[in-house]
Design a binder for this molecule. Structure first.
Ligand code: 2HA
Ligand code: ZN
Length: 271
């Protein structure tokens, strides 16, 4: 059988972890990614019925029953994923009742999926209902997004508008805006359900004083959302405290949405 570590989908994960690390958004073991894989594609490389270890979920996640996911390992350093994918990544299969998952590849040395696995599985379930082609959930500690969460209200409207106004591209890339949740203890079902609730309306959810989640049909889409939001946040932090002489106005934002026919733009966020 072919080596799954060199399959197109594992290779893509190895590359994006390296890229995220190089941006400085995944210090130490920061960040986690999961990608829904097609069962048939995985079966070309490994026996998808050969469960090595089974782990119970904090609560059942029936929306994702039977799905196969490639997930970064708990405690893994993104900088090490490329060279040692079998230790720093793994493939899990959610049980048919959604109450547990089985490890079918990776996590060598006794590892397991990211501590944020609940949030990932819940977000996938919600995003799939919005978009059947959805595949990727990506979390990282984007520096300026975190910084911004200290100095603006943690609301969907405040974050969405601030990001739209600091970078013309933002309205085009995420016209639906971004969700934002107040600081919570991470690594739990509780933050998972709060994040998944936001994912009903948005592909991005900001965790105040922690980081960002981006989702999409592809790694490019999820990463593109994160880097565009982070770019807006970087500009916001650079201009914060300076006298603002001009900005992208609400009328300008409406004009972008109308020019590009962005039907899902949140016009109700504009004054
Ligand atoms: O995986 O980023 O949120 C480490 C984290 C926890
Ligand atoms: Zn984190």
């Amino acid at each position: 059988m072919k080596n799954i570590a060199d399959s197109p989908f594992v290779l893509e994960m190895r590359k994006i972890c390296t890229l995220l690390y190089s941006h400085g958004w995944d210090e130490r073991n920061g960040g986690n990614i999961s990608i829904i894989l097609e069962n048939d594609k995985v079966a070309e490389y490994i026996d998808i019925n050969d469960i090595k270890r089974s782990i119970a979920l904090e609560s059942p996640k029936p929306d994702m029953a039977g799905k196969i996911l490639l997930v970064t390992a708990s405690g893994s350093y993104f900088k090490n994923v490329y060279d040692d994918p079998e230790r720093n990544l793994g493939i899990i299969r959610i049980s048919d009742d959604g109450a547990s998952y089985g490890i079918i590849w990776g996590y060598s040395g006794g590892g397991k999926p990211t501590s944020e696995v609940s949030t990932h599985i819940l977000c996938h379930g919600v995003r799939l209902k919005q978009d059947p082609e959805h595949r990727v959930v990506m979390h990282c500690h984007a520096t300026n997004i975190i910084a911004m969460s200290f100095i603006i209200p943690v609301t969907d409207k405040a974050f969405s508008k601030a990001l739209w106004q600091t970078c013309t591209e933002s309205m085009y890339v995420f016209p639906e805006g971004v969700g934002a949740i107040e600081w919570m203890v991470c690594g739990s079902d509780e933050i998972g359900y709060a994040t998944a609730e936001k994912m009903k309306d948005y592909r991005i959810c900001i965790w105040a004083q922690h980081g960002i989640f981006g989702t999409g049909k592809s790694v490019d889409e999820a990463f593109g959302l994160i880097e565009t939001a982070e770019k807006g946040a970087e500009i916001y932090m650079k201009i914060a405290g300076h006298p603002i002489l001009q900005t992208i106005t609400d009328d300008n934002l409406r004009a972008i949405a109308e020019h590009f026919g962005l039907k899902n733009a949140r016009f109700d966020f504009l004054d």
